[in-house]
Ligand binder design. Structure first.
Ligand SMILES: [Zn+2]
Length: 169
């Protein structure tokens, strides 16, 4: 899918959703803030879909980190799979994504129900490609910091390598 089409799809998706971004509405107030935030989440969605995202596996590949350690839970390999399925930091959000889904008019089915398979047998590339899972993934991203650098990770890395303070990707 082309980037422009992807953006359009995400815009449509966001228009349909009143429920998922309520927290941001309460927190920041105003519709423009919600619009802004939806775009930020959409950007993270496409970074993670392509794999070129703020995850340790990618940062190691491009030389921004010296290992793949997960800055949320300390696991040895912070891959996309780890963050969406296994990372201990996001257990509650993972359960909603894979199993529970969300009730309500703009709710969604858990990903395992969409595919009728357990998460262990579902590659993330497949889940990202399935339109029926987009809302669940967007909601997961809006309720977690997956695809973001944590301050703790940044500080730890900077104290190891004083020269590498540039986190722009
Ligand atoms: Zn983790």
């Amino acid at each position: 899918m082309k980037w422009e089409e992807s953006k359009k799809e995400i815009d449509e998706m966001g228009k349909k959703s009143k429920h998922s971004y309520r927290y941001d509405l309460v927190k920041r107030g105003g519709n423009s803030a919600v619009m802004e935030d939806r775009k930020t989440i959409a950007a993270r969605f496409y970074q993670l879909k392509s794999g070129h995202a703020l995850i340790a596996k990618y940062l190691l590949r491009i030389g921004k980190r010296s290992d793949m350690k997960c800055w949320w839970c300390g696991h040895e390999y912070q891959t996309r799979d780890h963050l969406f399925k296994w990372c201990k930091r996001w257990k509650r959000e993972q359960k909603r994504l894979w199993v529970d889904g969300q009730e309500g008019e703009d709710g969604y089915m858990g990903v395992e129900k969409v595919f009728k398979k357990p998460k262990i047998s579902l590659p993330m590339s497949l889940v990202f490609a399935e339109e029926k899972c987009s809302q669940a993934l967007m909601d997961f991203l809006s309720s977690t910091d997956v695809g973001r650098i944590s301050r703790a990770a940044e500080e730890a890395e900077n104290s190891d390598h004083e020269e590498s303070s540039d986190w722009g990707v």
